[in-house]
Design a protein around this ligand. Structure first.
Ligand SMILES: NC(=O)c1ccc[n+]([C@@H]2O[C@H](COP(=O)([O-])OP(=O)(O)OC[C@H]3O[C@@H](n4cnc5c(N)ncnc54)[C@H](OP(=O)(O)O)[C@@H]3O)[C@@H](O)[C@H]2O)c1
Length: 337
């Protein structure tokens, strides 16, 4: 009922973005299409000084830039930068560019995401775990110094908004049992939960269909952990997460068979337009300090799933496991949080 109310009633109330962004620099990953592109279009219309479209395919990115420019305010400069979240080296190179080439970053949307109906491994994790979770938080850690520097230099409070999903509620996360004993004993990270998450055959493969929800649930835990370690009143940047609701986009492009049909029927019946969904992203950028560590839905602070609220030990444990992974990619990077 909550889902239908949100899709059918709350969609009409989503505020049409109207904040002026003159002087601001905004970065959006996954912005050659879908929600990221429509969010970029809002920022361009509202006069952001500089917009970085972070995309894995430069040709698609340039096409998006040209399209957005047709409705952009005069003076908005749009650049297309390469970022492939499936490669840690690309994430590192992109973040280095952000830190060196941009004089400020006011809003950073870590929006790129995938649904992977088939099992594959990328950078040592199941692919959606790498793209939606590990790379997303590697990127967050690597760009936070620029957002903090922006806060110090301009006396502002930048926002890092991570696009999450209501789908995170669609798993009871049985994988957490993999670490039950060590959690109970306050044990150190041995990577057991993420090992289970990356194993297609965990529990005989019974939960593979929940992989997208799991990859987003991991992100909910991580944003809450950042805010737990760095509360809003002692942190110059707002880090929040946003559920855009079910929206038309290319997200289900790889779905096949029954899953594809189910997606199509659901989208035809209740999905938000891509533009409507993009309003929730733009809204996350202006929610400010009260939204630090929070999950936003329908442009309001909302509660994440009971799995998150009921398992603070799992959250702490996953934070250790994620930090261990990030440190293995780039030693010292978690100090940036
Ligand atoms: N649409 C929904 O109903 C819905 C609901 C909840 C949450 N979300 C979330 O919203 C975000 C945006 O998705 P969308 O619905 O707009 O889907 P979309 O139209 O498929 O857009 C996803 C974007 O992410 C990019 N991307 C995928 N893999 C990437 C990689 N390895 N490196 C860099 N960029 C990559 C895509 O680039 P390419 O075009 O090159 O693949 C595309 O620009 C995702 O995080 C998704 O999980 C969507």
């Amino acid at each position: 009922m909550g889902f239908l109310r949100s899709q059918l009633l709350e969609t009409r109330k989503l505020p049409y973005p109207s904040t002026p962004y003159a002087g601001q620099t905004i970065v959006i990953t996954g912005s050659n299409t879908g929600l990221g592109k429509e969010a970029a279009r809002h920022y361009a219309r509202l006069g952001a000084s500089r917009l970085i479209l972070a995309v894995r395919n430069l040709e698609k990115g340039q096409a998006a830039r040209k399209d957005i420019e047709t409705t952009a305010a005069k003076g908005t400069v749009i650049d297309v930068w390469e970022l492939d979240m499936a490669k840690y080296a690309s994430v590192q190179a992109f973040a280095a560019r952000v830190n060196v080439e941009l004089s400020r970053v006011d809003i950073f949307h870590a929006n790129a995401g995938v649904v992977c109906p088939k099992y594959s491994v990328t950078e040592g994790n199941e692919t959606s775990v790498t793209i939606n979770y590990v790379s997303t938080f590697l990127l967050a850690a690597l760009v936070l110094p620029k957002l903090k520097a922006t806060a110090a230099e301009f006396g502002t409070r930048p926002t890092l908004a991570i696009t999450n999903s209501g789908a995170h509620e669609h798993t009871k996360f049985p994988h957490m049992s993999a670490a039950a004993t060590t959690i109970k004993n306050g044990g150190a990270s041995d990577g057991a939960i993420l090992t289970a998450v990356n194993d297609q055959n965990f529990a005989g493969g019974a939960h593979w269909k929940e992989q997208y929800p799991v990859s987003k649930l991991l992100g909910v835990f991580a944003v809450r952990s950042i805010a737990k370690e760095h509360p809003a009143d002692r942190y110059p940047v707002t880090v929040n997460m946003v559920s855009p609701g079910l929206c038309h986009s290319e997200l289900s492009r790889e779905a096949e068979g029954v899953q594809k049909v189910a997606f199509s029927i659901m989208k035809a019946a209740v999905a938000r337009t891509t533009e409507e969904g993009s309003r929730t992203l733009v809204d996350a950028g202006v929610q400010g300090a009260k939204s630090h560590g929070q999950y936003l839905a329908d442009c309001r602070i909302a509660q994440p799933s009971a799995v998150v609220l009921d398992n603070p030990g799992v959250q702490d444990r996953l934070w250790l496991e994620l930090k261990a992974k990030l440190e293995a990619i780039q030693p010292g990077v978690t100090e940036n949080f």
